[in-house]
Write a protein that binds this ligand. Sequence first.
Ligand SMILES: *[C@@H]1O[C@H](CO)[C@@H](O)[C@H](O)[C@H]1NC(C)=O
Ligand SMILES: *[C@@H]1O[C@H](CO)[C@@H](O)[C@H](O)[C@H]1NC(C)=O
Ligand SMILES: *[C@@H]1O[C@H](CO)[C@@H](O)[C@H](O)[C@H]1NC(C)=O
Ligand SMILES: *[C@@H]1O[C@H](CO)[C@@H](O)[C@H](O)[C@H]1NC(C)=O
Ligand SMILES: *[C@@H]1O[C@H](CO)[C@@H](O)[C@H](O)[C@H]1NC(C)=O
Length: 215
Amino acid sequence: MFLFVSGIKVLCAFLSFFEGDCPKDWCVTGAIFNYTNQLMSASENSKSIVHYNLTEAIMFLSHYMGDIHQPLHEGFIGDLGGNKIKVHWYNHETNFHRVWDDMIIESALETYYNSSLPRMIQALQSKLKNGWSNDVPSWESCQLNQTACPNPYASESIDLACKYAYGNATAGTTLGDYYFVSRLPAVEKRLAQGGIRLAATLNRIYSTKSKLARV
Ligand SMILES: *[C@@H]1O[C@H](CO)[C@@H](O)[C@H](O)[C@H]1NC(C)=O
Ligand SMILES: *[C@@H]1O[C@H](CO)[C@@H](O)[C@H](O)[C@H]1NC(C)=O
Ligand SMILES: *[C@@H]1O[C@H](CO)[C@@H](O)[C@H](O)[C@H]1NC(C)=O
Ligand SMILES: *[C@@H]1O[C@H](CO)[C@@H](O)[C@H](O)[C@H]1NC(C)=O
Ligand SMILES: *[C@@H]1O[C@H](CO)[C@@H](O)[C@H](O)[C@H]1NC(C)=O
């Protein structure tokens, strides 16, 4: 399926096996495998010398696990993930990528959580225990018992980008209450999924015979 965004044709699918989407693993899914493997190399054989900076590996793994859940981080090369689409967020001039990276979250913090990040986190944790609790096992699981499985996360993000993010958002639009209220649930769910999947991936890494656990 293709979608036209401000005259640019984008493909609504993540094709990790094709050069275009992930040339030589240079994309967010490749990076997640990369840093997972680095952490695994330390935990699999406790006698081997660790060649990587594991502090950086865990920082990058966390960073990219967040990115891959942000719909506009997935591969829309044509418009640079929405960076080229200028829009207004209420009366603030910005671009479409920043709306999804920052603006929706910042507006939610101000509108619902008195600008308190701990309160927003608490609200997400409570949704994880209640509304989303039945979904959590499927969010955590990895096909074929892999340690990391980022490809489906990327597909989900592209799907969301095509279904929700780009709908009604063409260059020059002003996005306000309608867009905010209708998209916030998707943003909150992606934040929760990203957190759960990072935790599950780290648990799989550290539950192999680990010297990391003792450091
Ligand atoms: C993998 O990690 C190394 C750092 O240890 C980095 O130099 C390289 O660019 C990374 N590759 C990918 C595809 O993320
Ligand atoms: C590993 O990376 C961290 C964060 O960038 C840095 O502070 C630390 O000095 C690095 N350790 C080594 C041994 O290079
Ligand atoms: C909201 O935050 C401000 C300052 O951070 C604080 O003074 C105020 O009491 C808070 N309001 C509520 C309802 O928590
Ligand atoms: C995954 O691991 C479980 C438990 O170790 C095993 O029973 C199952 O057969 C494995 N599934 C696959 C697809 O490898
Ligand atoms: C676009 O906005 C209109 C109302 O302005 C709404 O009815 C429609 O559902 C929106 N489409 C999407 C994909 O959000």
